[in-house]
Design a protein around this ligand. Structure first.
Ligand SMILES: [Zn+2]
Length: 333
């Protein structure tokens, strides 16, 4: 700053000397430089000189201001740069890092915190459970063999029943509970494979069993709800193949054990009437299964009270947790 000022001062002094004593000499160049500077070089030269001096003073006066404004701009840009780039980076970086840490700690802490009060939470141990929410938006009346190599043909997917009071179709209820069971089992450390997660699918019963087979599931849970001609019919049950099933006798004992565990777990949680295990070899989805399988009939949608209970989110959660308890018991046995 001081050097610039002194240099500017020296230049001014030189200009004054030049213009003062040899103004006419500068008249020509000035007239070229400054529009309006005419032939009367001395006169215009003096005017031009005073203008130059005035401009030089203004420049000197404004320099700090310009510099300040430049500094301000720099400061502003400096603030903007950190504000726009660096701090946001830090902010985004720091929070994301913190978030990651939080997630990590949450993930790390979760098993510890949850395993303390509920040791069963880690019960899954990565075991694979396949969940099939029974039915779908539209039935598929095309037919498929009732079992591998069977000549008996059955509908690929039936329409299912419907809530007598709620009006909710079975396929929606089964999906709602299936998704809850998925969440519960995942939380307990199971690897969950879903046959479907939306209603807009077209997957036959045999194909659903194939999903479980291909997944190498340790348990295949097929979620359904019952219907009956009598509105008073109530309670929950599970289904499993017989020891003499022509297609899947090999998995019958394990499937029956799974069915027992699941119905007991479900009824213990919900307080539903326990109708026990039904042994059947007529179900396509059981006959095609190569892994332990059970159908869960959660309750009667034709019973007004049970229908409405099964639409209660809290009850649905109990159904899911009860089934998960049964799955825990099955693998623990
Ligand atoms: Zn059903």
């Amino acid at each position: 700053m001081k050097k610039k000022k002194s240099i500017t001062g020296i230049i001014l002094v030189l200009l004054l000397c030049l213009m003062g004593f040899r103004g006419s000499a500068l008249a020509a160049p000035l007239s070229e430089l400054l529009p309006g500077a005419g032939a009367a070089g001395a006169v215009f030269g003096e005017r031009d000189l005073s203008r130059l001096i005035a401009e030089a003073r203004q420049k000197q006066e404004h320099k700090p201001a310009v510099q300040e404004s430049a500094v301000q701009e720099e400061a502003a840009s400096g603030e903007e740069v950190p504000a726009v780039e660096e701090p946001p980076q830090e902010e985004t970086a720091a929070p994301s890092a913190e978030a990651t840490k939080t997630e990590e700690t949450a993930q790390e802490a979760a098993p510890v915190q949850e395993s303390a009060p509920q040791p069963a939470k880690a019960s899954g141990g990565g075991r694979i459970v396949c969940i099939d929410a029974g039915h779908q938006l539209r039935q598929n009346s095309a037919k498929e063999p009732n079992g591998p190599g069977s000549s008996e043909m059955k509908m690929k997917v039936t329409s299912g029943t419907r809530g007598v009071s709620s009006g909710v179709p079975e396929y929606q209820l089964t999906l709602d509970v299936a998704l809850r069971l998925q969440s519960v089992l995942s939380g307990r450390g199971y690897t969950v494979v879903m046959c479907r997660t939306t209603n807009e699918v077209d997957i036959s019963n045999a194909e659903r069993a194939t999903v479980a087979n291909n997944a190498g599931a340790g348990a295949f849970i097929r979620i359904h709800a019952d219907g009956a001609s009598s509105a008073s019919a109530s309670g929950a049950s599970t289904l499993a193949p017989s020891d003499s099933n022509p297609y899947c006798a090999g998995i019958a004992p394990q499937s029956q054990a799974l069915a027992r565990c699941v119905i007991n777990g479900l009824c213990a949680r919900t307080g539903a009437k326990n109708r026990g295990v039904t042994i059947t070899d007529t179900m396509t989805g059981l006959n095609w299964s190569q892994v332990p399988v059970t159908i869960v009939e959660m309750g009667f949608m034709t019973n007004p009270a049970e229908d409405m209970a099964m639409q209660d989110p809290a009850y649905q959660q109990k159904l899911a947790e009860g089934m998960a308890d049964g799955i825990d018991a099955f693998f623990g046995s």
